[in-house]
Design a protein around this ligand. Structure first.
Ligand code: IFM
Length: 455
């Protein structure tokens, strides 16, 4: 299709932006909030590249009303945000912290008044430290605690919130947090990582029916991160490594969620490598629980991976940043819109979720204000443009893609990278906390208005 023909999206297509609690809220010790594993992790020296924390972050906790007005001014139709579990339950379970629930209740009301649909993620990585102290995700009782937390939140907000995501990116939680130790809680243990995957999926499966009861008519799903993987050559050795990485990144999560149980080739690989002795952490009935029917699959896509026989699963960094001639963002991630097109098709044709949302897609570039106060982030704008075109082509193929959430509404705390990486449509001045929409935001605003990419 020519670059000049308008690319028109389906009538009901939902346009949104996404954030998460720890990355934007700040107020880490206010309103009765308990400590999270990210509070603990960032306060330990040497964990974060620029030695920063999310103590203040974007101060959204105090600026939420202005942030809603900002979204309204950008025509945003839906806001995907997450709830900080330790604001609701400072000890992870037990007594509700009413002030924490009130914060989110007011946020939801404010969004609805502004005509913005809340899309709520229950877990975007800030586990209460109290639960970590008892063993964290590697132990089964944390999954039980998540189900109770999900029940509590949806009993309070389920009358007004009608779109729920249980977990954001279980792969990242399990492997960056427990295999590589680059994320909280900073554990480096394959066995803990694999147990974590199971308990995350199990807790999702337990939460889904509770959410349906508490939030009548709501749609419920889970968001996975995808790194579409390709073998470097057709050599069988490269292909075997491709099989393994695809299993590790994707099939280990997709297969059980869609009723196919854990992939047997991956169970064998993990046992052969000595990461687990067996699957005894999977109890009778768990696989049925995990395969609970969902209404949508959330898709987070940023880049692809190319693997070869030389790729080492213990050095995933070397794998996921292939040295192609294509442009790379400041995260070092290759810009590869075709990967989104291929991924959406694969998910639709192989797993058939009733519908899909792109729940995150975006690019880190540090372009800042110039002399006229504008932010000409043309590389981000072009990233969004090319990826939206790819998503549109997938829709034309019959993929039931129902919406697209740009990551992120504003620059924020990028986990182990601190504030060094900026993914925002909106610039945040970290001295004044002032927000300034970048050119990509103004472009996105027009796309939403037209429900189309024009020109
Ligand atoms: O900032 C993160 C987000 O929290 C989860 N998905 C990827 C983003 C960019 O790294």
């Amino acid at each position: 299709m020519s670059q000049n023909q308008p690319i028109i999206f389906p009538k009901e297509f939902l346009w949104g932006v996404a954030t998460s609690s720890y990355q934007i809220e700040g107020a880490w010790q206010e309103g009765g909030k308990g400590e999270s594993i990210w509070d603990r992790f960032t306060h330990a020296p040497g964990t974060i590249e620029d030695n920063t924390t999310g103590d203040i972050a974007c101060d959204h906790y105090h600026r939420w009303q202005a942030d809603i007005a900002l979204m309204k001014s950008l025509n945003i139709q839906s806001y995907r945000f997450s709830i900080a579990w330790p604001r609701i339950l400072p000890q992870g379970r037990g007594q509700l912290n009413q002030a924490g629930m009130d914060f989110y209740s007011r946020l939801v009301d404010g969004l609805l008044e502004a005509g913005i649909t809340p899309f709520v993620t229950l877990y975007h990585w800030d586990l209460p430290q109290a639960l970590q102290d008892k063993g964290g995700w590697p132990i089964r009782s944390t999954a039980e605690a998540f189900a109770s937390y999900a029940d509590l939140v949806t009993r309070h907000l389920g009358d007004r919130v009608k779109n729920w995501i249980t977990h954001n990116e279980p792969w990242v939680i399990a492997f960056l947090g427990h295999q590589f130790g680059e994320h909280a809680p900073g554990i480096k243990d394959w066995n803990a990582a694999l147990r974590t995957t199971h308990h995350l999926l199990l807790s999702h499966g337990w939460a889904v029916p509770l959410i349906r009861v508490n939030s009548p008519g709501a749609e419920v799903g889970i968001t996975l991160n995808f790194t579409p993987t390709e073998p470097a050559t057709t050599d069988p050795n490269d292909f075997n490594v491709y099989r393994h990485f695809d299993g590790y990144f994707h099939r280990w999560f997709l297969d059980p969620l869609y009723g196919r149980r854990y992939p047997s080739d991956m169970i064998s690989d993990y046992i052969d490598r000595g990461y687990i002795d067996d699957m005894s952490f999977t109890l009778p009935g768990d696989m049925q629980t995990i395969a609970a029917r969902t209404d949508f699959l959330g898709v987070n896509y940023y880049t692809r991976a190319i693997v070869s026989a030389a790729s080492n699963p213990d050095k995933v960094d070397e794998v996921i940043y292939p040295g192609s001639d294509n442009e790379h963002t400041e995260m070092g991630w290759e810009v590869y819109p075709e990967g989104l097109y291929n991924l959406l098709n694969r998910l639709h044709f192989e797993y058939r979720p009733p519908k899909l949302y792109v729940t995150e897609n975006g690019a880190s570039y540090s372009d800042g204000p110039n002399g006229d106060g504008r932010i000409h982030d043309m590389r981000r704008l072009s990233y969004f443009n090319s990826h939206l075109r790819a998503a549109h082509r997938a829709i034309q193929n019959g993929v039931p893609l129902a919406g697209y959430f740009a990551w992120s509404l504003m620059d924020n705390f990028e986990w182990a990278k601190g504030y060094l990486q900026r993914f925002g449509l909106v610039w945040v001045d970290y001295d004044t906390l002032e927000r300034t929409p970048k050119d990509s935001a103004l472009w996105f605003k027009d796309v939403i208005k037209e429900n189309a990419i024009v020109g």
